[in-house]
Design a protein around this ligand. Structure first.
Ligand code: 3UK
Length: 546
C-alpha cells in the first residue's frame, strides 16, 4: 500500500486482512493509476484547469422553491468553500469519516466533493433512514462529523444524542447564522486538495441490505476513477453534451456513479432531483431535455404505463439512453419501455461491494432476459459451492473480479463475500449457450417446491407479460406437502378485478410460457409491494406476511 495522507488512520486500520481481499485486476491501459491521486481532481478540478469551467455541471433545487444551475467552476468554488469550512471551522482532519445526509441536490454534490477534497471519507446515507439506522452507521464507521440537509436534521440529532463520537454537525440549506451556506460564504473559493494516496479510502458505502447489521464497504480514490473508466466507456458511451437524470439516491452507489461521477467524468451535466418518483421523473426528463436516465425496473414500468395512458403527452425526444439496475430487468419491462419510447434499455448488475456495474451490454448487444457479459476490466463466472466453474447452462453462484471489489469495514462477513479471491455477490446465475449471463434469483431466494428448483424472478417475468399485471413478486411459502409453494403477489393495473377467474387466467398464462410446474399455486392481490428506497423488492417482508 502507498503512503497514506490520512492522519486519522481508522479506515486503514479496519480494512480486512490482505489475504481476505478479492484478487484485483487492472488489465486495461486506463486502469494504470499513479501512486497519488485525489479523485476530485480528475472529476472536477481538471475541467476547470483545462478551460471548461463555464460548462453546465449540476442542476437542481435550492430548497426554497428556486433552481440552482452551477457550472463546473461554480461547483468547484462551492466544494472548495465547504472544504474550508470542514477543515477550518469543523476541525476535520484527513481520514475522518464525514456523514452526508440529504436528498439529491447540487449542495449535496458540493458537500460530497468537499469531503473528498479534504481527504476525509464520505459516508453518504439514505434520506429515509431513521435515528436507529443512522446510529448503527455512526457507530460502525466511527463518524466524527456530519453535513446534513436542515430538512432532515431531526433523526440525525436523535442519533447524535446516543452516539457522542459524532461531535460536530453542520446543517446545509438552512438560513441559520451557523448554517453551512453562511459559513461557506466567508471562505475562500480556493482549496488545495489533500494529496491522498490512490489507495486511501474515499468513501464508505453502506449496503442497502434488507436485514441485520449494515455492512460498510470501503472504496479508494482509485476505485472511484476505475468505475468511471470501465462500464461508462464500454457500455454507456455518454458524451459531454449529455444531460443525466434519474432516481437513485447519491447515497446508493448506483446513484453516486450514474448521477454524479459518470456525468462529471465526461464533462456532462447532471440533473439532481429531490423527488424522483415515476410521476416526477417523467416530466423532469422533458423539462431538462435529459438524454441519459438511470432508474430501477419498477420505475420504468410505472413510467411506461403512464405513457400508455390515453392522452398522455410527454416530450421525451431528448432521451437517448436508459439504464436499469438494482434488480433484474424482466424481458416484458424491456419491451414495454421500447414500445413506449423506442429506446433499447441498458441493463447492468452492480453491487455496493463492487461499487458499480460489472456485467452489462450495449444497446446493440442487448438480449432480453439476460444481464449481458462481463464489462471490460471485469471477469465473471458461475461456480458451484466449491468454487469450481460450472459448464454453460448450469445454475450456480455468480463470482466476479476486477479493479474494484469487496472490502468490508471490520466485518466477519468478508469471508462470505470473498472466497478464493472471487467476489460472490449472492446471486444465482447461469451462462447461456452464447456466453450471456442470465439472472435467476438471489441464492437464498431460490424456491424449492416438490423437488424442483424454481427461481421466483423467472415466474415474475412470465406474469409481468400478462396485460392485467402492473407489478408482481413471487416467493416460496412453507407447504407441508411440497416443502415450499410458489406464491405470487400481484398489483393489478387499473380497471381489473382480482377474482377467482383472473387467478385462473394468470395461472394458465404462466403455464403457457414457462415449465408448468413453476406456475404460482397461490396468487394474492395487493395494492402495492414493499420496496426499499432503491427500488428493490423486499421479499423477506412478503415472506414474513405469508
Ligand atoms: C441485485 C441485480 C439482477 C443483485 C447496484 C448498480 O443494486 C446495486 O447494489 P446493491 O448492493 O445490490 C446488489 C444486488 O442487487 N441487482 C443489481 N442490479 C441487478 N440483479 N439484475 C441487475 N441488473 O442481487 C446484486 O447482487 O444495492 C446496482 C450499480 C451500483 C449498485 N450498488
Amino acid at each position: 500500500m502507498h503512503r497514506s495522507a490520512h492522519l486519522d488512520t481508522f479506515a486503514r486500520d479496519h480494512l480486512p486482512p490482505q489475504d481476505q481481499w478479492p484478487e484485483m485486476h487492472f488489465d486495461l491501459p486506463e486502469l494504470q493509476f499513479p501512486e497519488r491521486m485525489n479523485c476530485a481532481h480528475e472529476l472536477l478540478d481538471r475541467w476547470v484547469a483545462e478551460g471548461h469551467g463555464d460548462r453546465p455541471c449540476v442542476i437542481g433545487g435550492d430548497g426554497r422553491g428556486g433552481e440552482i444551475r452551477w457550472s463546473y467552476a461554480d461547483l468547484q468554488a462551492q466544494a472548495n468553500r465547504i472544504a474550508q469550512v470542514l477543515v477550518h471551522e469543523m476541525g476535520v482532519v484527513p481520514g475522518n469519516r464525514v456523514l452526508l445526509r440529504g436528498a439529491n441536490t447540487p449542495q449535496m454534490a458540493a458537500c460530497w466533493f468537499a469531503v473528498i477534497k479534504a481527504g476525509a471519507i464520505a459516508v453518504a446515507t439514505m434520506p429515509l433512514l431513521r435515528a436507529k439506522e443512522l446510529g448503527q452507521i455512526i457507530d460502525k464507521a466511527q463518524v466524527t462529523h456530519a453535513l446534513c440537509d436542515a430538512a432532515l436534521a431531526d433523526e440525525l440529532e436523535t442519533a447524535r444524542a446516543q452516539h457522542p463520537v459524532l461531535y460536530r454537525v453542520c446543517l446545509f440549506r438552512s438560513q441559520a447564522a451557523d448554517g453551512l451556506e453562511a459559513l461557506a460564504e466567508r471562505q475562500s473559493p480556493h482549496f488545495e486538495n489533500v494529496d491522498t494516496a490512490a489507495d486511501d479510502c474515499a468513501l464508505i458505502a453502506f449496503t442497502s441490505g434488507t436485514t441485520g447489521q449494515p455492512k460498510g464497504t470501503m472504496h479508494f480514490h482509485q476505485d472511484v476513477i476505475a468505475i468511471c473508466r470501465c462500464w461508462p466507456r464500454s457500455c454507456l458511451k455518454a458524451t459531454a453534451d449529455d444531460v443525466f437524470i434519474g432516481s437513485p439516491p447519491l447515497a446508493f452507489t448506483f446513484g453516486l456513479g450514474g448521477l454524479l461521477l459518470f456525468p462529471l467524468s465526461v464533462g456532462a451535466t447532471a440533473v439532481l432531483l429531490e423527488k424522483a418518483s415515476p410521476e416526477a421523473l417523467l416530466p423532469a426528463i422533458a423539462r431538462y431535455r435529459a438524454s441519459v436516465c438511470f432508474t430501477a425496473p419498477t420505475s420504468y414500468r410505472a413510467m411506461a404505463a403512464m405513457l400508455a395512458q390515453p392522452g398522455a403527452s410527454v416530450d421525451l425526444s431528448s432521451l437517448r439512453k436508459c439504464v436499469s439496475a438494482g434488480e433484474a430487468l424482466p424481458a416484458a419491462t424491456r419491451q414495454q419501455w421500447k414500445d413506449a419510447t423506442g429506446i433499447e434499455m441498458l441493463d447492468g448488475i452492480g453491487a455496493t461491494e463492487m461499487l458499480h456495474i460489472f456485467i452489462s451490454h450495449t444497446e446493440a448487444s442487448a438480449r432480453p432476459g439476460a444481464t449481458g457479459v462481463a464489462v471490460p476490466g471485469y471477469r465473471a463466472r458461475v461456480v458451484d459451492d466449491e468454487g469450481r466453474e460450472l459448464p454453460r447452462g448450469s445454475v450456480g453462484k455468480l463470482a466476479v473480479q476486477g479493479p474494484t471489489g469487496c472490502r468490508y469495514l471490520d466485518d466477519e462477513r468478508q469471508r462470505h463475500y470473498v472466497k478464493d479471491g472471487w467476489n460472490l455477490t449472492g446471486d444465482a446465475y447461469l451462462v447461456d449457450a452464447d456466453g450471456y449471463f442470465v439472472y435467476q434469483a438471489r441464492t437464498d431466494d431460490m424456491i424449492i417446491s416438490g423437488g424442483y428448483n424454481i427461481a421466483g424472478p423467472e415466474v415474475e417475468s412470465a406474469l409481468m407479460a400478462h396485460p392485467a399485471v402492473a407489478e408482481c413478486a413471487v416467493i416460496g411459502v412453507p407447504d407441508e406437502e411440497r416443502g415450499q409453494l410458489v406464491k405470487a403477489f400481484v398489483v393489478l393495473k387499473p380497471g381489473h378485478e382480482g377474482d377467482a377467474a383472473l387467478v385462473k387466467a394468470m395461472q394458465d398464462f404462466v403455464k403457457a410460457t414457462v415449465a408448468p410446474y413453476k406456475y404460482p399455486r397461490a396468487i394474492e392481490f395487493r395494492a402495492s409491494l414493499p420496496r426499499t428506497e432503491t427500488g428493490k423488492l423486499q421479499r423477506f417482508r412478503l415472506k414474513e406476511s405469508a
